[in-house]
Structure formats: C-alpha cells, structure tokens
Design a protein around this ligand. Structure first.
Ligand code: F6P
Length: 360
C-alpha cells in the first residue's frame, strides 16, 4: 500500500474539509493507496493518539462543514515547541522527532494544508528530508505563488454581508459605522468586501492613511445629503507615520495578534469630524461557517491536485491557482514573499474609479 498523510495547520479556514475529502476520495478511487489523517497540525505527529485512518466514512458529509475534521493548532511549530523537561516548561526544537515520525508512519507523502506559517514549517521539514506537498489555505489570501487561497471567498462574503447589514442601521441613525476586518498585513478582505458591500472608506495596510482624509470623505458625503458612512478597516491598517495596533504581543510560540485600529479610527471620527460613530469588530465570524461554492470548488481542486502531486512523488511543491488553472510551484518560490494588495493593480483602480476613499 502507498500511504499518504494529511494535516491541517494554523488557523482554520472554510474549505479545509473540502480539501481533506478530495485527497481521501482521489486516493481511494485509485488502487493501492491509503490515507492517514494527522490531528491538530504537526502536534499530531508527536501524539501517540494523533493519527487516524481516513476512510470514505470519515469524509462522508463534510463538504459543507466549516472548520477541519482533523483539528488545527496555532502553537504547533515543531521548531519551537513547549515541552516539559525535568518538570519545567521549555521551548525546544523537536523537528527531528517529527521527521522521524513521518518516516516511522511510512508516509510516502505528507500533504500539509496551511497558511504562510505552516507552509514555512513544511518547507523546513522538506529541506530536512520529509516528503511534503503543500496546499495554501487562509482567509487572508496572503500566500505567495497562488492567485487565491481557499477560505478567502467565504470570509469576503461574510464581511460583505456585515457591511450590508451595517448600511441600514447607519443610514437610519445618520451615523458612521466602522467595521474592523481580519487579514493580518494584507488588505484583501477589507478591499474586496468593501467594494462588494459599497463601503465609503476602505483602509488597508498597504496604503497608510491620513485621518483628515477620512473626515473629508464623511463631510463631503454629508454635504450631498448622505449623513452616514461605512468604513471598512483592515486590522493591519495604520496611519501615515504611525504603527499597527496589536491586541497581544507575540513570542517564540505564537504570533502577535492585531486588533484595535477600528476603535482608534472611530474615536477620531467622533472627536475630529463631530459625527456619531460606532465600531464593530467582525473577528472570527470571518473564519467560521459553511464554505461558499467557490471555496468548496477551489478546495476540491486543490485537494485532488495535491493527490496528483503525491502520486508523482513531486515533493517540495505547493498547489496553486494561476489564472483559471490549478498548477503547482516550488514551496520555496511560493514563500519567497508574502502576497499583498498590488497598488497598481485592477482591484485598487476599481476602488478609486468608484470614488471610494482609500484614506490617502
Ligand atoms: O490568518 C488568519 C487570521 O484569522 C488573521 O486574519 C487574524 O489576524 C488571525 O488569524 C487571528 O488569529 P487567532 O485565531 O489566533 O486569533
């Protein structure tokens, strides 16, 4: 039997189950394959109960479900993991144990579904000799080497629906509503949802903003009789010459968590523009729920493409969407640079032509 493993690392994203199902189905539809699921990211490699066989029964009915049936872990970096030594918690590099476990499990290929962080770990494990194939996942859409990641479309739809709902209450109360959206250092969610939902101001990390410019937009709308405005603010947005705002600092084990820029913008709007303002942080709603058709479709295409790479033993590759075709790129190439909004690209031009303010 040729044995394939699959794990899902980092934060979850809608469409993960579509990928798992696609890997299992395409493997079992071909003679001579079996699939093992590793639970809770790389942590499952070090857990005696962290590995399960994935049969057709395990993946039945999971396509519409959000989250991941395998579980995920934010602290699952084997190169910096908390372990207990002599009764004390220490951070250690246990990557050799993970490489050894992959060998012990006799995995011909390990398919790793993850965002930037998890794929970076995968590249290092590949460089240590593990037979890895990567699948890019994240609602942030910030992984290089692919035009789109699955999870992004669902998050954008959720954010757009929030903007639609905020519109009616903002208009009724003649208020400004600020919606803080996820995305880390990339503004894709705010930009796409902002345009799709008809926001008036969109602030993204790639374009440091001027507070005064927000007031100008709000005031000029008021002069035209539009006494409400909607501001879509990416969590990573920052004012010109200022810093991003963090909810919590990172350390060796976890990434710093962005959050708070929405409240800062709202405070400024009330004080400096003299308009009543409310803020809403959409948060993890963007990660939850049933994946859209696009994310189920992309997840299914990525999963089957990952199986085809595994079948050919094309390790060190990541599946990728380029234009309308699913293909693959070396993990190293994909991770060379994180993807951010192209300031000269069509998305930004679209927003500007529509007369939306990007805060600059
Ligand atoms: O990368 C996905 C993401 O949802 C980001 O948009 C956000 O900044 C972060 O993860 C939140 O992480 P956590 O789930 O650890 O709060």
């Amino acid at each position: 039997m040729r044995r394939i493993g699959i794990l899902t690392g980092g934060g979850d994203a809608p469409g993960l189950n579509a990928v798992i199902r696609a890997v299992v189905k395409s493997a079992l539809n071909q003679d001579g394959f079996e699939v093992l699921g590793i639970k809770n990211g790389f942590d499952g490699c070090l857990d005696p109960e962290g590995v399960i066989e994935l049969t057709r029964a395990e993946v039945r009915g999971i396509l519409p479900k959000g989250g991941t049936i395998l579980g995920a872990a934010n602290r699952g970096n084997p190169f910096a993991r908390t372990v207990i030594r002599n009764g004390e918690e220490v951070v250690e590099d246990v990557s050799d144990e993970v490489v050894e476990r992959i060998r012990e499990l006799d995995l011909e290929t390990l398919i790793v579904v993850g965002g930037d962080g998890t794929l970076r770990i995968s590249l290092e494990l590949f460089q240590k000799g593990s037979p890895i194939v990567g699948v890019p996942k994240t609602i942030d859409n910030d992984v290089g080497g692919t035009d789109v990641t699955f999870g992004f479309d669902t998050a954008v739809n959720t954010a757009m629906e929030a903007i639609d709902r905020l519109h009616t209450t903002a208009e009724s109360h003649h208020r400004v509503m600020v919606l803080e959206l996820m995305g880390r250092d990339a503004g894709f969610i705010a930009l796409h949802a902002g345009v799709a939902g008809g926001a008036d101001v969109i602030l993204i990390p790639e374009i440091p903003f001027e507070f005064e410019s927000i007031c100008e937009t709000i005031q000029s709308r008021a002069e035209r009789g539009r006494r409400f405005s909607i501001l879509a603010v990416a969590e990573g947005a920052r004012p010109k010459g200022g810093q991003q705002i963090f909810k919590s600092a990172g350390d060796k084990l976890v990434q710093a968590r962005l959050g708070g820029i929405g409240a800062t913008v709202a405070k400024f709007v009330e004080e400096a523009c003299g308009v009543e303002c409310r803020v809403m942080v959409l948060g993890h709603l963007q990660r939850g729920g049933s994946p859209t058709a696009f994310d189920r479709w992309l997840g299914s295409r990525f999963g089957t493409a990952a199986f085809r790479l595994a079948d050919k033993k094309s390790h060190g590759q990541m599946v990728s969407l380029q234009g309308t075709e699913v293909t693959s790129v070396p993990l190293e190439e994909a991770l060379a640079q994180p993807k951010t909004v192209d300031l000269e690209g069509d998305s930004v031009r679209t927003a500007r032509n529509l007369g939306l303010s990007l805060g600059d």
